[in-house]
Design a protein around this ligand. Structure first.
Ligand SMILES: NC(=O)c1ccc[n+]([C@@H]2O[C@H](COP(=O)([O-])OP(=O)(O)OC[C@H]3O[C@@H](n4cnc5c(N)ncnc54)[C@H](OP(=O)(O)O)[C@@H]3O)[C@@H](O)[C@H]2O)c1
Length: 237
């Protein structure tokens, strides 16, 4: 398969890259940290194409995706991992802005660009790593939970659009709970899952063409409780 991973330099995206590349797939990888992209490319030099891009910079993002489109000659699977978020209990607007720029403005450009490519090809599987954190507003990181809610709804919109257009495009929303990467911030975190296990479950969900999947599976249980908890109880957590 020809696979693109946007946000492949660390954490979930990097682990997905390593697993898919080891399985012999042709890979296109994006991130801002060029040395890390080069390091990954050296692991699988004959089957990896890299492009440095900050997804909040639309020109360089369009160029990066265009490079893969041209070099790989068809994209079977695109996984959008890029994301950011900060704890912001003091509601500092300057801290919220990069989260909104990355998780909403840049992310939407990436998702739309990939969706258009799949429409032109007549096939393709679009995957976004959203978050369990998008199911409810979180007081410690308001922009993070709100932007992840945006992504969850956007992916549902595209799933509906794909269905109405004949179902040639598959749209999968992956919702991780806490994962042991740089993104998991704060004290007293619980059920922090190893990234390797999370990546295996993501690959399994993608293979099964799931519409959405909670990873790891135990987080599905927590997500159901979290989503249905009345606000009078939720506010106490
Ligand atoms: N870890 C968790 O507990 C958790 C839970 C739920 C959901 N998630 C989601 O999982 C996704 C991956 O996060 P992670 O846990 O693997 O954390 P991570 O190790 O910090 O990875 C984040 C990735 O996003 C890329 N990225 C960030 N800003 C970018 C930008 N402006 N342009 C291009 N790429 C950018 C980073 O690459 P560069 O820095 O090289 O650009 C990096 O490859 C995120 O969307 C996150 O919200 C994580």
């Amino acid at each position: 398969m020809n696979i693109i991973v946007i946000g492949a330099t660390s954490g979930i995206g990097r682990t997905l890259f390593e697993k898919y590349a080891t399985d012999g797939n042709c890979m296109g990888i994006v991130g801002r940290r060029t040395p890390l992209l080069n390091e990954l490319c050296q692991e699988h030099p004959n089957t990896t194409v890299t492009a440095t891009a900050d997804i909040t910079k639309l020109d360089e993002t369009a160029q990066a995706i265009g490079t893969f489109h041209a070099r790989l000659k068809g994209i079977d699977l695109a996984i959008v991992c890029s994301g950011t978020g900060d704890l912001n209990p003091s509601l500092d607007y300057a801290l919220e802005l990069p989260t909104i720029d990355t998780n909403v403005k840049g992310w939407t450009f990436v998702i739309d660009t990939l969706y258009h490519i799949f429409e032109q090809q007549g096939y393709g599987h679009l995957v976004a790593i959203t978050s369990v954190g998008g199911l409810r507003g979180g007081s410690m990181a308001p922009a993070y939970s709100a932007t992840k809610a945006y992504q969850i709804n956007y992916m549902e919109a595209l799933r509906k659009k794909a269905f109405k257009s004949g179902g040639h495009i598959t749209v999968t929303d992956i919702r991780p709970g806490l994962v042991d990467t740089a993104m998991a911030k704060g004290d007293g975190l619980f059920w922090v899952m190893p990234v390797d296990k999370v990546a295996d479950q993501i690959i399994s969900a993608i293979r099964k063409k799931k519409t959405k999947a909670y990873v790891t599976k135990r987080w599905h249980f927590l997500a159901i409780i979290n989503k249905n908890l009345p606000f009078t109880l939720y506010r106490l957590l």
